[in-house]
Every structure is written in C-alpha cells, then in structure tokens.
Ligand binder design. Structure first.
Ligand code: ZN
Length: 90
C-alpha cells in the first residue's frame, strides 16, 4: 500500500464522479489543478478543523486552529502552538 498512490486514486475517483454528474467541466484550468493538488495534499495530511473566531485566537501567537487550542479544566484554553494559556473571548 502506497499512501500517495491511494490519495491520488481517491481524488481521481472523486473527480471522475463529478465529471459524470456534470458538476465539473471536462476542460481543465488552473483552478481545477489547484483543487486536485490540494485535495491530494488533504488526503495525505488531513487539515485541522475549522479556525476559531478572531477574538478567541491565541493572543500571544495568533493561533486559530481549534485542534491546537485545548480547553483546560480551569476554563482557560492552552495554545498547543506556543504554550500560552488564556481565557478566550476577552
Ligand atoms: Zn499561541
């Protein structure tokens, strides 16, 4: 099993499905290429969850990826990126 080949196959299958259903043009432009490359990258290295609101971001480093902002027992959030602890929304 080669994860890169698997990712390419999976994205290709999704593209073929979109082509068959008419959701995607059979012509290819730069945007299509970017979509495909990013989709392959996301398969190999899944993106983090949705970013948190701007006011809830880490005040020290600006981290907004919810997976890197971990709620602690004392109602603070610990930023996994820089280690800062803070109360969000303040
Ligand atoms: Zn931080």
């Amino acid at each position: 099993m080669n994860p890169v080949a698997d990712a390419i196959r999976k994205v290709t299958a999704a593209m073929q499905k979109e082509l068959e259903s008419g959701d995607r043009s059979a012509g290819i432009d730069t945007n299509d290429l970017v979509d495909v490359l990013l989709a392959i990258a996301d398969e190999l290295d899944p993106p983090f969850g949705e970013p948190v609101a701007e006011e809830d971001a880490c005040p020290k480093c600006g981290e907004r990826q919810s997976d890197n902002l971990v709620w602690q027992d004392d109602e603070t959030v610990r930023c996994a990126n820089c280690g800062h602890r803070y109360q969000p929304g303040r």
